[in-house]
Design a protein around this ligand. Structure first.
Ligand SMILES: [Zn+2]
Length: 350
């Protein structure tokens, strides 16, 4: 719980921090108290997440969980409103820089900075304290994971995306309206989508999308029964907005059939091509210590397996791998990701 607004408690509400929200019909003193007791998680503290955190903290949300794995860079500063030159120069992790800035805005806001990727292995634990989750991500795999957690735990979340001058917003209230997979059942092919890196992004578009997301978040926290499910498309450059009514799909794999494929899927491996080394590195979604001695026993049945320091080296015919004690695997002699995954599966997923 957030401490009682001191000025208000002393009978001078017109001077208090939240005076203009107390007189706002949509919030009022009772609504303000409700916001003060709320916890909101912000997944991704980049452009959208920065703006959401700024608005939510100033609106008097009691606690903010701030999740991002990145550091602040100079190229972020044109749109990520919580950060400044010093954060970029000193390479601050975004959740820590955000928490410091939010404390300066209002010391009464509690912040929980989480410097990590949201992944299947940690998503439920990180989001559990949140009454509502804000989408500040820039990718669909994380949104589908977020949607799985939200539907499984009956927790509202507010989808938001922005690229170039265009934005999309939809609030998801599990049980009351459609979820993300009612609208888009399958994960879009990432290679077919424009990104901020390839197409740029207008900071004013970020501000409009984040403002709409925050407005929906406050409405839901104050009275979820008021929610009307709509998909909002924004063209910020031209000043156009379109809202399409959306409905639940009874055949939705997630909220219809209760399949949480992004949450329950076995941890996938992320592939990185190490061109200079003619190798592909496969990194588990949840890196952790691996028992190399036990793995050596298992692999010895298929070829030569030997432990050298913190590495396990394996060779069988043309297939060569190095396994690190944190679970990373280097498949040597190729830069073909599909081939590398095949080699890994041949020996380690049987
Ligand atoms: Zn659904």
């Amino acid at each position: 719980m957030r401490p009682t607004d001191a000025c208000h408690a002393h009978g001078a509400p017109e001077d208090s921090r939240f005076a203009r929200q107390h007189v706002l019909e949509e919030i009022g003193p009772a609504g303000q108290a409700r916001l003060a007791s709320a916890t909101v998680a912000i997944v991704g503290c980049g452009a959208l997440g920065s703006m959401q955190a700024d608005l939510l903290a100033r609106a008097g949300i009691g606690r903010l969980i701030l999740i991002d794995r990145d550091i602040v860079q100079t190229t972020d500063l044109h749109r990520q409103c919580l950060y400044d030159e010093r954060d970029a120069r000193e390479a601050w992790p975004k959740p820590l820089a955000a928490a410091r800035r939010l404390k300066a805005i209002d010391p009464a806001v509690a912040t929980d900075p989480v410097t990590a990727d949201l992944i299947a292995a940690n998503a439920e634990a990180i989001l559990r304290p949140a009454d509502l989750v804000m989408d500040g991500t820039d990718n669909f795999p994380t949104r589908y994971l977020l949607n799985d957690v939200a539907v499984r735990t009956a927790r509202p979340w507010v989808y938001g995306g922005v690229v170039g001058t265009l934005g999309t917003v939809m609030a998801v209230l599990p049980g009351r309206g459609p979820c993300l997979r009612c609208i888009a059942p399958d994960l879009p092919d990432a290679t077919s989508l424009p990104t901020c890196r390839s197409h740029g992004v207008l900071n004013a578009a970020v501000a409009w999308v984040a403002a709409l997301q925050v407005s929906f978040a406050l409405r839901i926290l104050l009275d979820a029964s008021e929610h009307e499910p709509r998909l909002h498309d924004l063209d910020v450059w031209r000043g156009l907005a379109r809202a399409v009514r959306v409905v639940r799909d009874p055949a939705c794999p997630c909220c219809g059939h209760g399949r949480f494929e992004f949450l329950d899927a076995p941890p996938d491996m992320t592939a990185t091509v190490l061109c200079g080394r003619n190798a592909v590195q496969l990194t588990p979604a949840a890196p952790g210590p691996v028992d190399l001695a036990a793995l050596r026993e298992r692999l010895a049945a298929h070829g030569d397996a030997a432990i050298r320091g913190a590495l396990l080296e394996f060779a069988s015919g043309d297939d060569r791998m190095v396994i690190l004690s944190d679970g990373r695997v280097l498949v040597l002699g190729t830069t073909d990701v599909a081939l590398a995954r095949t080699v890994l599966a041949r020996y380690l997923e049987a």
